[in-house]
Design a protein around this ligand. Structure first.
Ligand code: FES
Length: 505
C-alpha cells in the first residue's frame, strides 16, 4: 500500500532541493556577473551551468507545488489549484503561501526573460534578472513560515547555511558593484581625455605580406605597456594627409608593446591605403586612437568564422585566442592564394579547421552564407559588404556577428524628424532634422567623440536609457544594438520624439 505520507515527503524534498539550487544559481550568477568565474578563457559552459541550475530549480519548485496539491493533509486544509496559484486564496497559512506564489511567478518571469534575452531591451532583461535576489529572499521567508521541518536541527542548519550564503552573495555583489561603479566613473573621466587625444606611435616594422597587403607594427613612444585590447578590436590611424583609417588588430593581445595591423591597397583608394603602401616609412610617427571593439568574441560552444579577403584580420586574433579544445571552423575566401595574406600560415597552424577558397582555383562560388545558415555555430564574419549582406540575409541575427568597414547607405529616402535628446548629467537638447545628434552633443561640450562620422567605427556609441533609436549606422547588427541598448548618434536618429541617452564607459 502506498505510504500516505508519500506526497508530503516529496514536497519537503523538492522544496529543499529547489531552495538549495536557487541559492546556488544566484551565487553562480553573481560570480559570473562580477567576473570572478570568468578567468577561464571564453567560458560558455559557465553560463550554461547557470542556466541549467536555474531551470532545475524551477522544475523542483513546480514538483513541490504539485506534490502539495496531491498531499492528503493539504487537501483536507482546502489546498487546491486556486490556493496554489492565487495569492491569499488559501485559508491555510495565507501569508506564507502568498510569498511562495509570488516567488514562483518571479522565477517563471526570470526564466522566460533569460530565454528571450536577445529580444528584450537590456534594461528590462536586467531588471527582471535582478528579481532573482527577491526570489531568494521570498523563498527564505516562505520556508521559515511554512516549512513543516523548521523545528528540526538539520533544517535549521541547512536553512541557516542557505540564508548566510545568499546574504554573503548580496554583500559581495554590493561591494563589487560599488567598486565597479567607481572604476566606471574613473574610466569615463579618462575617456574624455583619451578619446580626444590620440597617442603618437612609431612605425617599427613594415612587411610586404602579399603584393597588395602590408603588415605594420606600431610601438609606443612612451615606456610601459600599451592599452589592452581584445580580439575583434580595431585602432584608428590619423594619417598626415588628414585621413582617418580604421584597421583591425591582428597580433597577439598579450603583446602589450606593439599593435599589429595588415592593410590592403584598395584599387579605388581615397588616399588612406595608398598612403600606407606608398609613403609610410619605418620610424614615422602617427597619432593613433586607442583600441575599440565592435566585434567582441562572445562565449559560445561552437564558432564558424567567415573571412573575405583582408576581413581575415580581426578573425586571426579571435582564433588565436581560443583554446585548442574549442570547436571552430574558418572559411577564408579570396581572389587567389597570392592575395590571401595569411592562407599558408593558417592552413599549417590549424590543419583540418581551415577551408581556403581561392576563386582562381575554384570557379564555383563558395556558398558561404548557405553553409553559415545550415550551421548551428555562432557565425563571425568580416569582409566586403556584398559578403556580409548575404550573411545578414541568410543567418538568424542571434547567431551572426559582423563588422563592416564601409558604411551602408541606410538614410536615403528617409525624412528625418527633429528629436529631443536628454544626455544624462549634461542636459537636454533639441536636434533639428538637418543636424546630427552627435554634432549637437559635441557642440554642447558632451564628453563624446566622433571619428568616422558615417556610422562605421563605433567611436560615438551612446547607451540608450529611454526612447527608441532609429539605427542608420553600419557598426553591427541592429538586434545586437537593441540587445546591448546602444546607438551611434553620428548617423542614427530616433523613432520616438525623445531619447534619453548616456555616455558609455
Ligand atoms: S563616429 Fe564612427 S560610428 Fe559614429
Amino acid at each position: 500500500m502506498t505510504d500516505p505520507h508519500l506526497w508530503w515527503y516529496a514536497s519537503r524534498a523538492s522544496a529543499i532541493v529547489a531552495w538549495s539550487l536557487l541559492t546556488l544559481t544566484t551565487l553562480w550568477g553573481i560570480l559570473l556577473a562580477t567576473r570572478v568565474l570568468r578567468v577561464a578563457d571564453n567560458p560558455a559552459w559557465l553560463r550554461i551551468v547557470h542556466a541549467h541550475l536555474s531551470t532545475i530549480a524551477l522544475v523542483m519548485t513546480l514538483i513541490h507545488v504539485g506534490s502539495l496539491l496531491l498531499d492528503p493533509y493539504m487537501r483536507s486544509q482546502g489546498f487546491g489549484i486556486p490556493a496554489a496559484l492565487v495569492p491569499y486564496a488559501s485559508t491555510f497559512k495565507p501569508l506564507a503561501l502568498t510569498l511562495g506564489i509570488v516567488a514562483l511567478y518571479l522565477m517563471i518571469a526570470v526564466a522566460l526573460s533569460a530565454s528571450a534575452m536577445r529580444f528584450l531591451p537590456r534594461r528590462l532583461w536586467k531588471g527582471l534578472h535582478y528579481a532573482s535576489y527577491l526570489v531568494v529572499a521570498l523563498v527564505a521567508v516562505h520556508a521559515g513560515m511554512a516549512g513543516t521541518d523548521r523545528g528540526s536541527t538539520w533544517y535549521v542548519s541547512l536553512s541557516t547555511a542557505l540564508i548566510v550564503a545568499a546574504a554573503i552573495a548580496a554583500i559581495v555583489r554590493r561591494i563589487v558593484g560599488s567598486v565597479a561603479a567607481q572604476r566606471r566613473r574613473a574610466a569615463a573621466k579618462a575617456r574624455r581625455v583619451t578619446l580626444r587625444t590620440p597617442t603618437p606611435m612609431r612605425v617599427s616594422e613594415l612587411r610586404a605580406l602579399t603584393d597588395d597587403v602590408r603588415g605594420i607594427r606600431l610601438v609606443s613612444l612612451e615606456p610601459g605597456p600599451l592599452p589592452p585590447w581584445t580580439p575583434g578590436s580595431h585602432i584608428t590611424l590619423h594619417l598626415p594627409n588628414d585621413l582617418e583609417r580604421r584597421y583591425s588588430l591582428c597580433g597577439d593581445p598579450a603583446d602589450r608593446h606593439g599593435y599589429e595591423i595588415a592593410v590592403q591597397l584598395e584599387p579605388d583608394s581615397a588616399g588612406g591605403s595608398r598612403y600606407i603602401h606608398e609613403t609610410l616609412r619605418i620610424g614615422q610617427v602617427l597619432p593613433v586612437d586607442p583600441p575599440r571593439n565592435n566585434l567582441p568574441l562572445e562565449p559560445a560552444p561552437d564558432y564558424l568564422f567567415i573571412a573575405g579577403g583582408i576581413g581575415i584580420t580581426p578573425i586571426l586574433a579571435m582564433i588565436g585566442s581560443l583554446p585548442p579544445s574549442r570547436n571552430w571552423e574558418l572559411l577564408y575566401l579570396g581572389r587567389s592564394r597570392r592575395t590571401m595574406a595569411f592562407a599558408a600560415m593558417l592552413e599549417e597552424r590549424y590543419p583540418g579547421r581551415v577551408t581556403i577558397h581561392a576563386r582562381d582555383e575554384h570557379p564555383d562560388r563558395m556558398p558561404a552564407a548557405h553553409i553559415a545558415a545550415l550551421s548551428t555555430a555562432q557565425v563571425y564574419a568580416c569582409g566586403p559588404n556584398a559578403l556580409l549582406d548575404e550573411m545578414v540575409e541568410a543567418v538568424p541575427a542571434d547567431r551572426l556577428h559582423i563588422e563592416r568597414f564601409v558604411a551602408l547607405d541606410r538614410a536615403s529616402g528617409l525624412d528625418p524628424k527633429p528629436v529631443q535628446v536628454d544626455l544624462a548629467g549634461v542636459g537636454t537638447f533639441r536636434v533639428a532634422a538637418d543636424r546630427s545628434i552627435l554634432d549637437v552633443l559635441e557642440e554642447a561640450g558632451a564628453p563624446i567623440a566622433g571619428s568616422c562620422r558615417e556610422g562605421v567605427c563605433g567611436a560615438c556609441q551612446l547607451r540608450v536609457l529611454d526612447g527608441t533609436p532609429l539605427h542608420l549606422d553600419s557598426v553591427h547588427a541592429d538586434a545586437d544594438k537593441d540587445a546591448a541598448g546602444v546607438m551611434y548618434p553620428c548617423v542614427s536618429r530616433s523613432v520616438s520624439d525623445r531619447l534619453v541617452v548616456d555616455i558609455v564607459d
